[in-house]
Design a protein around this ligand. Structure first.
Ligand code: 13P
Length: 250
């Protein structure tokens, strides 16, 4: 039985004071009624320690949004997996399309990051997804198959069983244009099949595959109701406690 993971990706939003206010508001709302799903907040680096203190002892898990693949070194401005693990980070978003687009991340660097994250006990939320031109050209399965195979290369069945993969079609991110639940389910099922081909049916049955892209309270329940969709990676709608909780409960 896969427990659904609803993860908020705050991107480059919120100061630490705003993050703490969110955590307090969210905890107060959760106290009024829980959810059967697992919940995580993936925040900017500077807010992680404060959020750990706020969410410590609660069921809300903590995630980062990026990390370097090297253990340490002369990489000005970068953050290592060990630094994140020291704070008690559970998850790290890896290979988000915005990082691939604006920060030159490739399937190869994403693969290295996955290896390093697992080594430090951090569960990757590994992002894949096609661009609009690729879907329009009918290439979406080809593109996602390549991203999955290259990203997961060499991670092994045990890690594959514990990974979170987020299918985020680039055309649905921040656009308000959500994939239909049918499109999302079709690709998440396809990704599960690819994980199965690479690592076997047991790993594929345990890996959690999320959908991300304009998830909001109005569409969350339908998306989360699909059999191969094990959660959501939520951008804009994760910034307000009540909106995010409405999605988490779905
Ligand atoms: P939106 O929910 O704002 O479309 O962002 C999705 C996303 O990129 C989550 O990682």
């Amino acid at each position: 039985m896969r427990i659904k993971l609803i993860a908020g990706n705050w991107k480059m939003y919120k100061t630490t004071a705003q993050a703490v206010a969110f955590a307090r508001g969210f905890k107060a709302l959760c106290a009024a009624g829980g959810t059967k799903n697992e919940i995580a907040v993936c925040a900017p680096f500077t807010q992680l320690a404060a959020l750990k203190a706020e969410f410590g002892g609660s069921a809300v898990r903590l995630g980062a949004q990026n990390m370097h693949f090297e253990e340490e070194g002369a990489y000005t401005g970068e953050i290592s997996a060990e630094m994140l693990a020291e704070i008690g980070v559970d998850y790290c978003v890896i290979g988000h399309s915005e990082r691939r687009l604006y920060f030159a991340e490739t399937d190869e660097t994403v693969n290295k990051k996955l290896h390093t994250a697992f080594k430090h006990g951090i569960t990757p939320i590994f992002c894949v997804g096609e661009a609009l031109e690729q879907r329009d050209a009918g290439e979406e399965f080809h593109v996602v198959r390549k991203q999955v195979a290259a990203g997961l290369a060499g991670i092994g069945a045990k890690n594959a069983a514990s990974i979170v993969i987020a299918y985020e079609p680039v055309w649905a991110i921040g656009t308000g244009r959500t994939a239909t639940s049918g499109q999302a389910e079709e690709m998440c099922a396809f990704i599960r099949g690819e994980v199965g081909k690479l690592f076997g049916g047991e790993a594929a049955g345990k890996a959690r595959i999320q959908y991300g892209g304009s998830v909001k309270p109005e569409n969350a329940a339908e998306i989360l109701g699909m059999p191969n969709i094990d959660g959501a990676l939520v951008g804009g709608a994760s910034l307000l406690p009540d909106k995010f909780l409405a999605i988490c409960g779905g």
